[in-house]
Structure formats: C-alpha cells, structure tokens
Design a protein around this ligand. Structure first.
Ligand code: GLN
Length: 278
C-alpha cells in the first residue's frame, strides 16, 4: 500500500467517525511516523509502505478514532513558530492564544528588560514565546499544577530558554514580586458547561478549563491581586471566554485598571483584554 492510499482510506474512516479534519489528521499521523512532510505523503503513490509502518500507523489511528486529540498522540503542538511538547497534563495551545502573545509583545516594545509573569502557564506556551521573542525579558511561569510545571520546564529546556518556573495558586509562587506585564489564559469555562465540551476537549485537564460557577472565578482573583504585583504603568492582559469581555472589563475597572481595551480574535469574537494600572 502507498502513503496516498493509506491516508485516503484512513481519512474516510475518520470522516465516518465525525472527526473534524480527517485528511489533515490522517496525513499528519503518518508524517510523524515517517518524518516526512504531510503534503508529499498525500501525493506519494509510488512508495510501498512496510508492514511494520502500517501497523504502527494503525495503532495511532485507533487512538484518534477514540477521539484522543491529535496533539496528544503526536505529543507536540506548534505555537508562535516553535514546537512545544504537550501531553494530557496540559491544555493544548490554541491559535487564538498566539494573538494574545502578539498583542503583549507589541505593547512591550518600549520596555527594556521587562519582567513578565505568565499565570496559569500550562505548557508554558505564552511565557516561553515571549522569552523567545524578547531575550532581554525576565520571565516567570507559574501554575498550580506540578504536572503542568513539569511540562513547562521540559519545554523551556528543550527550547533553550531561561525562565523561572514556580508552583503556586496564582500569585503565591511570586510573593512580593513586581512585573511590567502579567499575562494569563486562565481556566474560563463555567463549571456546568465543562462536561458538555467537544470529546477531544474532555481529554484536556479539567483544572485548566474550569472557571468556576460563572466562569469568572480566576478573572475575579487575578484582577483583585494583580495591581499589587504591577509596577506603575504595568499591564494585565488576559484571554477571555465567550461572553466574558464585558464582565471582565468591569472587574478590571473595579480593581483600578485604566481604560481596559478589548480585542477580537480572527472569528470576530471578543477574545482578549488589556488594562494598565496608573
Ligand atoms: N497558558 C496555557 C495556554 O494558554 C494554559 C492555559 C490554562 O491551563 N488555562 O495554553
């Protein structure tokens, strides 16, 4: 069997099972096994695949058919031009979070040697991307989950980026420390909605998703505590869940942030917010 045939056959099984991107997933799983680009495999109708390759591929495909997220099977996910290690101990980095990082980097342009805190760092995608783009930055990554911190630490090591990884419940890992920028993609899904998510998302850590009864528990705590950890003029920037922009803006105003600005993602959803202290 050739790669083209195998991918075609697998993609149709994936499609029947309701997997959202069947061709993409079928070709990426084979690319990962053979260390070849997915597109060239989709076109390859010459190579005869060895049986052991086909068998190994079938094992991966069975996992995907069981709705395990592609990134957990591949054990990696791309983010801001880097490849990060991911596994079920951390949330899979999303493309909309790249927009959050780009916004933060643009706002930090005029700050030399910025001190940055990535709260609820998970895989470390946000803080590590900032450190990569700004080698002069001193970046702290914090998460309550020791498992997540292990993944973030491994990513920092693999990418050769020097950051401080610290375990803690929000700011408890950085007592008395101040920053120019606090950035976070906190858990923001209302608890009652957590069990109704797409099957793949249900495989992600609940701790990274569940934002409490109204989804706003972490925003409330972050907004309340962040001003004590910001230098004058310092910024708080956060990703937002659906319908959370207005209530979070109010939380920021109540906590003394000046003129919080909301931005949309590529789908036109209000997705992130940035505010400054005086
Ligand atoms: N900061 C990580 C991300 O954006 C993890 C977020 C989380 O665990 N809520 O993917």
């Amino acid at each position: 069997m050739t790669p083209r045939e195998l991918i075609h056959q697998t993609a149709s099984a994936f499609r029947d099972a309701g997997i959202p991107d069947p061709d993409y997933d079928a070709s990426l799983l084979l690319a990962n096994l053979l260390h070849r680009p997915p597109l060239s495999l989709r076109l390859d109708s010459d190579t005869a695949l060895q049986n052991d390759v086909i068998e190994a591929y079938c094992v991966l495909c069975a996992r995907r058919l069981g709705r395990e997220p592609l990134q957990y099977i591949l054990r990696e996910a791309p983010f801001m031009g880097a490849m990060l290690r991911v596994d079920p101990r951390v949330l899979i980095p999303r493309p909309e979070t790249e927009l959050l990082c780009e916004w933060a980097l643009a706002e930090m342009e005029n700050i030399d040697h910025p001190r940055v805190l990535d709260l609820c760092c998970g895989s470390g995608c946000i803080g590590l991307s900032i450190r990569k783009a700004r080698p002069d930055a001193e970046v702290f990554l914090s998460d309550i989950s020791p498992d997540a911190l292990d993944v973030a630490t491994m990513n920092a090591r693999e990418l050769g980026l020097r950051v401080v990884c610290t375990a803690g419940d929000l700011f408890t890992g950085v007592p008395g420390q101040k920053f120019h920028l606090i950035i976070s993609n906190p858990p923001y899904i209302p608890s009652a909605e957590c069990s109704m998510l797409q099957e793949e998302v249900l495989r992600e850590p609940r701790l990274a998703l569940d934002g409490g009864t109204d989804g706003l528990v972490f925003y409330r705590r972050i907004c309340g505590e962040a001003p004590d950890h910001l230098y004058p003029g310092g910024m708080l920037i956060m990703e937002l869940g659906d319908g959370e922009a207005i209530p979070v803006k109010q939380l920021m105003l109540d906590a003394g942030f000046i003129d919080p600005v909301i931005r949309q993602d590529l789908c036109g959803r209000e997705r992130m917010i940035l505010g400054r202290v005086s």
